[in-house]
Design a protein around this ligand. Structure first.
Ligand SMILES: Cc1cc2nc3c(=O)[nH]c(=O)nc-3n(C[C@H](O)[C@H](O)[C@H](O)COP(=O)(O)O)c2cc1C
Length: 204
């Protein structure tokens, strides 16, 4: 049976949302299907307005109940960096997963990660490392992206690009004006493709 995969993300300004679509394309290219979810907003509207946040997309369902994820074999998690770590919206989601933590609701499922930071050195790797602890406590098996499947693009320094062996990534710049580049989207698509193949191999 084909594995059931969910892409779950939080995106305030749309960068992670674009990577999520590229990851989805990769999964579909590999012959799979995927459901997309957004982690719900936690900041008050007044604060969001001051941050010039456009609001969450109405097209992608909100993941209010963590039990929803129990029906999937694997998740790709899209995490925008805050101070080198997960966004509070993501942490709030994980704070709701005590039941899954205690009873093994996510135990043995597989997860890959992708990131967005404002800048180089802004914390794509530290965000990945911070997430390892959450995955370990749940018994979720982390699937790294590695270098091999996109070696040429990953190691090409002719232009700035995000992403690394921990997962695809983009740089938004401080004011959010930079958009995911063709190379970053390509890396995300390859990650989706390879993630699907790995999950299919170990859950098939
Ligand atoms: C409170 C706050 C903290 C942030 N911390 C970092 C950081 O540590 N490093 C960094 O490069 N970018 C940081 N950023 C920028 C976000 O990572 C960036 O806005 C995000 O990746 C854009 O993705 P999105 O469009 O999907 O929301 C921060 C943004 C906010 C609002």
């Amino acid at each position: 049976m084909a594995p059931k995969i969910a892409i779950v993300y939080y995106s305030m300004y749309g960068h992670i949302a674009k990577l999520a679509q590229a990851e989805k394309e990769g999964i579909e290219k590999a012959g799979g299907t995927v459901d997309l979810y957004q982690v719900p907003e936690t900041l008050p509207n007044e604060v969001l307005a001051k941050m010039h946040a456009p609001g969450q997309s109405k097209d992608i369902p909100l993941l209010e109940d963590p039990a929803t994820l129990q029906k999937y074999d694997a998740f790709l998690l899209g995490i925008p960096t805050r101070y080198g770590n997960n966004s509070a919206q993501w942490r709030t989601f994980w704070d709701k997963t005590g039941q899954q933590w205690a009873t093994g609701g996510y135990y043995g499922k597989m997860a890959g990660l992708f990131f967005s930071t404002a800048s180089l050195g802004g914390g794509q790797e530290s965000t990945a490392l911070a997430t390892m602890s959450t995955l370990a406590h749940h018994g979720i098996i982390y699937v790294p992206f590695g270098f091999a499947k996109a070696f040429g693009t990953m190691s090409d320094l002719s232009e700035v690009h995000g992403g690394g062996p921990w997962g695809a990534g983009t740089f938004s710049s401080g004011d959010g004006s930079r958009q995911p580049s063709a190379k970053e989207l390509e890396i995300a698509t390859i990650q989706g493709e390879e993630f699907y193949k790995t999950v299919a191999k170990y859950t098939g």
